[in-house]
Design a protein. Structure first.
Length: 159
């Protein structure tokens, strides 16, 4: 599996994977799916966007960007998406590790995840195994697709 910067040729596959997560409604805060144009703008506006690719097929991706500005601009944020057909193959772990190294390359000092849904056990175990620390719990901070609310657990790691 090769993890690399995205190219324009990857956009359709990336949009498809991103939209799959959005439509599941259990992990990303976004409610609107990406179109060809909005996807190009969205992915193009990130500090970095990486894809997990093999033989021209995209299996997952991540976006990396500042979490805030000015005096907090050294803290970055990232989101990860792996296609449902590719889950359980440790692609997410490869993406997170790549993201950590890449965040250092861009001069960030902390990587923070603002809204990890408490029931997203696989992601939480991965982050903890890689050294992320949970900051606490925000009660009912995420509205699931079916309308009920779940806690979110912010995480961070010093780079």
């Amino acid at each position: 599996m090769n993890i690399r910067a995205f190219t324009q040729n990857d956009l359709n596959q990336m949009i498809s994977i991103w939209n799959e997560i959005v439509e599941e409604g259990i992990a990303f805060p976004q409610e609107e799916v990406l179109t060809g144009q909005s996807g190009k703008e969205f992915f193009g506006s990130q500090t970095f966007c990486g894809v997990a690719e093999e033989n021209d097929k995209i299996y997952g991706l991540y976006i990396l960007h500042p979490n805030n500005i000015g005096r907090c601009g050294h803290i970055c944020n990232a989101s990860f998406a792996v296609s449902s057909e590719s889950r359980g193959k440790h692609i997410g772990e490869q993406l997170v590790k790549h993201c950590i190294e890449n965040a250092k390359h861009f001069g960030f000092r902390i990587l923070q995840f603002n809204a990890v849904v408490e029931s997203n056990i696989h992601a939480r175990h991965l982050y903890e195994r890689l050294g992320f620390k949970q900051l606490g719990i925000i009660p009912m901070g995420f509205r699931m697709k079916d309308g009920h609310y779940e806690n979110i657990c912010p995480y961070y790691i010093e780079l």
